[in-house]
Design a protein around this ligand. Sequence first.
Ligand code: ATP
Length: 604
Amino acid sequence: MNALATLNYYFLRYRRYFGTGSLCVIISSLFGVFAPVLVRQIIDILPVLEALNRLGAWSAFEPALVGLRYVVLTGYSLMIVGVSLLSGLFLFLTRQTIIVASRHIEYDLRNRLFAHLERLGPEFYQRYATGDLMTRATSDIERVRLYVGPAIMYTARSATLALLALSMMLLISPTLTLYTLLPLPVLSGVIFLAARLVHERSEKVQAQYSRLSVRAQEALSGVRVLKAFAQETFEQEAFEREADAYRRRALELARIEAIFSPAMVFLIGLSSLIVLWVGGRYAIAGRLTIGNIAEFFIYLTLLTWPVASVGWILNMIQRAAASQERLLELLRYEPRKDTRSPEKGNIQGHFVLENVSFRYGPDRPWVLEGVNLEIRPGQYIAFVGPSGSGKSTLMRLLVRMYCPSAGRILLDGKPFEELDEEVLRAQIAFVPQEPFLFSETIAYNIAFGRPEATRAEIEQAARLAALDWEVFPQGLDTRVGERGITLSGGQRQRVMIARALIMQPRVLVLDDALSSVDLATEARIIGAIRAWRADRTLILVSHRIAAVQEADCIYYLEGGRIREMGRHEELLARGGAYSRMFRRQLLEAELESINGGDQGYRGP
Ligand code: ATP
C-alpha cells in the first residue's frame, strides 16, 4: 500500500478537481437520501387524503378535495423527480471532475514513465523484455488510473451515502437499524475473504498477461525468422499454451467474482426480510408508520451499493497498489547520469585506453581484458578479429554506451565519463551492427539526429553513403515500413551511415556497419567518408580485411585482448593470426570468383 502513497502528489496537484468532486458527491448523496423522506411523507399522507375523501364525498367540499388531492400528488411526484434529477446532476458533476482528473494523472504518469524509460541505459533493456514494458506502460497505468479516479469516486460516494442513509435509519428507529445490520459482520467477512482471493488471482492473471504479451510481441516482430524456419506450428502451440494459462487464470478469477455477487444479494435480502418482519411488527404495534417501513426499504437499497462495492473497491485499490509497485520498480531504476559540463566546445577525438577491462555484469565473464591503445585525431583505425572477440563491446565503450568495469578511457586528455553528454552525442556518431529505422521516410531517417538539416545536406549524406535513392518510387520521400522492412539489408545499413554522416561528427564509429554490402561498395564508402573529411577520426570494425587494409592502424582482437596491431603490411609480414585470417579470406574470395561470386574484390 506504500506504493499508493507515492500518488498523493497527484491528489495535491489536482486538488481543485478532487475538492469540487468531493463537494458534488456530498450534495448528490444528500439529495439521494432526501427522496425516501418524500416517499415516506406521501405514503403517510395517503390515508389522510383517503379519509378526507370519504368524509367529503357528495358534499360541497368535493371539488376542493379533488383539487387538494391533485396538488398533493402532483407536488410530491414533481419533488421526488426533481430531487432525483438533482442527485443525478451532481453525480454527473462528480464524474466530470474526479474522472477527468484521473485522465490527467494517467497522462502525467505515462509521460513520466516514457521520459524515464528514454533515459535508462542498455543494461536496463537487457533485463526487461519489450512486451513486459508495454504491459506496464498500458495496463498497469490503467489500473493505477482506476484507483485515482473511479475507486476514489466510488469510495467517496459509498461512504457519504452509507453515512447519511444510516443516520436517517437511526433517526427512524435505532433498534430496527441494529436488527437490519445484523448480517453485516458476516457480510464484511465474505467481502474480506473474497477481496483477498480476487487480489491473489488477479495478480496471477496480470503476470500471465505480461508473459502472453512478450510471447506475442516477439513472435510478431520476428515473424520472418519464424516463417523462414517453418516454426509457425511450434510457435502457435507455444502461444496457445500461454493463452490457455491466461484463460485458466482469468476463469479462476471469474469464478470467485461469480460467487461473490449472489452471496452479497443473499445477505442483503436477509436484511430486507428483517425489515419486513421486525418493521411490520413495530408498525402493527403503532411504533412506526407504513411510510417509515417504505423509507427503510429504500435506505436499505441505497446501502446495498456501498456495501456491495466495498470488496470491489478494495480489490481495485489492491490491484492499483500492485501495478504502482510494478511501475515504481521501473522508476526506481537509476537512469544513467547525464553528465552535464559547462565546458562545451569541440572534441578532437584523441582516445587513450588504459588497461580497460569490461564485463556485462558482475557475475558475467570478462569480455575485454587489459586493453591499451591510443587513437589520434584524424586517424583511421580498424578492428578485426574472430566473432565474439569483443569488437562490438569495445565500440560501445568508445561511444560511452557502457563504461569500463576496470581501467579508464581518456578523451582529449580528460576522463571520458566526465565529458558532457550532449557534446559526446553530437560529435561522436555511432552506427551499430543492427540497423534500426523508423517507419517514416528515408529522408526522415537520415535527418533523425538533425531534424533541421536541409534537403541538400540529406542528399549529400545519402550520396556519401552510396545510397542510390533514385531506385525508390518516391526517392528520399519513400516510406520504409516498420523497421525499414521495405529496404534491403545493405540499403538499411547505408541509411544508418547517412544518418551518422549528417551529424558531421568529429569521430565516426562504424561497428561492422557495412556487412550487408559487397566488398567493393564497402571499400568505396569507406574511401568516400575518408576523402570527405580527412581530419575526422574514423574507427571501424569489419570482418573483411580487404576493406580496411588502408587503415592507419589495424588491431586484431581475440578473446577480449589485443593480439596484434600495426599497419596491414606490418601485420602480414609478422605472419601471425592476422595474416592467417587474411590468407583465408583471400582463398575464399578466389574460390568465390571461380564460382562466379563476388566481382568486386580488389585483392591485396
Ligand atoms: P561479432 O564479430 O560476432 O559481432 P564481436 O567481436 O563484436 O562479435 P561482441 O559482440 O563484443 O563480439 O561480444 C563479445 C562477448 O560479449 C560475446 O561472448 C557475447 O556473448 C558477449 N556479449 C555481447 N553483448 C552482450 C550483452 N549485451 N550482454 C551480455 N553479453 C554480451
